[in-house]
Design a protein around this ligand. Sequence first.
Ligand code: SF4
Length: 231
Amino acid sequence: MKKRKQAGNRPDFMKVHQLLTQSLGEADKLHQSSPLAHCRTSLEILVATMLTQATSDRNALTAWHRFQKAYPRLELAVEAGADALAEVIRPAGMAAQRSRAILAVLNKVREDFGDYSLDNLADDPERAWQYLTALPGVGPKTAACTMLFGFHHPFFPVDVHIERIVKRMGWVQPKMPPAEIQAVIGPMIPAHIVADLHILLLNLGRKYCRPTRPDCAHCPLSGECPGAEFA
Ligand code: SF4
């Protein structure tokens, strides 16, 4: 029988990365199912991340491909207006609400920087974080995705899957909110594996560490996980 870790130990993220890669495959390949892997600029990353909120990657990817086909340049989405944009991104769900939120962000960026670009923020992580989290409809997870995949700064986005896993793994206290988890766990992860670990844990949450009836018996982290008693 495998010896299980007790909650509260400092996580060995390199080992977790290795176990997850062996079981799930390379993070880069897994990432291809996300719209974030099909973006050209940091502002596109931000918009694509807004499409992933509260929907599946499959629906978000379909919506993002439709967006890119309809609007090869972001200003074309603004010119088209909220109703047309909502129709284009309908596969992602909550289309009217999402459309208004995306246009509000694009208009604000244009107003602040004179262009549909976040390039001015790329080299200043603190300013970028302050700016992104102050945008309408942009929460800490969406901002962290933009920091990580848009600017390549080692921010660790925490969504519902990752929140569930890090709590079951005992890496944080059970009542810690997602924004605090990001701030606590992010700096503990070696910078060069932050993106990989985010992608791998997301996939672990979908395949094994599901909200109900997690498959601990087959989970690659079961030997590291005090929450494996869920099995
Ligand atoms: S062992 Fe179970 S609770 Fe722990 S991470 Fe794996 S699936 Fe989740």
